[in-house]
Design a protein around this ligand. Structure first.
Ligand SMILES: [Zn+2]
Length: 252
């Protein structure tokens, strides 16, 4: 069976709801972390903003909420951001300022403030997430070793504001779940030792009560396809990227 289709994703959402998880935004989780089962649903919109909009509409119909993070200017589409916000989702800023300024922290922070202002002209911004291109040598979230996002009225950062020993992180890296070699930036330190081959395994863990009460589910909209040709194109793209990464990081 094909995995990573909109159909399997919808099945996963239904299963979370069935198992009494509140599927919600990072902003809401940081402000009110419990009690009960909570699944923070996170989407980094790296490209294909129309796929993100379709997903936002689907989730809204299923009565679940998610945090959508947009790049500037790559996926900064005012009308779509406004629409997703209006559907009840969180809209956040997917920043890449250290990569853009070639590691100049001062310039990067100025750029961050400038881009943040553009977002805040159209929607409120509560949380942010770092864009982690495997091809870039810059780790964008390192800017917060020098500056504080709370000084800018930002409540949290998707990687830095969560204790991953308490919240289980599940990401759809490279056509698999939590494949640590797939993206050198998209992984976290954690004590959890849960492994899944495919989405069916994730659903089985939920049904079997093996999943922790707090989860962050990171779903990249462009990795889930609703037709066969799109699925093949994305698979080819992921394979190409994984080869590139091996090349960049020999021995990893
Ligand atoms: Zn990204």
């Amino acid at each position: 069976m094909m995995d990573f289709t909109i159909k399997t994703l919808t099945g996963l959402y239904k299963n979370l709801v069935k198992n009494n998880y509140e599927v919600t935004t990072l902003c809401s989780f940081l402000k009110r972390p419990g009690p009960g089962k909570i699944c923070v649903l996170r989407h980094d919109v790296d490209r294909q903003i129309n796929t993100a909009l379709k997903l936002a509409e689907l989730e809204s119909k299923m009565n679940i909420k998610a945090s959508y993070y947009f790049r500037y200017p790559a996926t900064f589409r005012e009308d779509v951001i406004r629409r997703i916000h209006k559907l009840g989702h969180e809209t956040g800023y997917h920043y890449e300022v250290l990569a853009k300024t070639n590691g100049n922290y001062k310039k990067a922070f100025e750029l961050f403030k400038k881009e943040l202002t553009e977002f805040r002209k159209i929607v409120s911004i509560c949380t942010i997430s770092a864009h982690g291109s495997p091809f870039s040598k810059w780790d964008n979230k390192k800017i917060w070793e020098t500056y504080k996002f709370t000084d800018l009225g930002i409540t949290g950062e998707a990687y830095l504001s969560v204790n991953f020993n308490e919240v289980f992180y599940l990401t759809d890296t490279g056509r698999a779940w939590n494949r640590s070699e797939a993206n050198i930036r998209d992984k976290v330190d954690t004590k959890f030792n849960l492994k899944f081959r495919n989405t069916k395994d994730v659903i089985a863990a939920l049904d079997g009560g093996k999943m922790p009460d707090n989860i962050i589910l990171n779903v990249h909209p462009n990795r889930w396809k609703d037709n066969f040709s799109g699925w093949c194109a994305e698979l080819a793209m992921q394979n190409f990227k994984n080869i590139g990464k091996r090349f960049l990081h020999p021995g990893k």
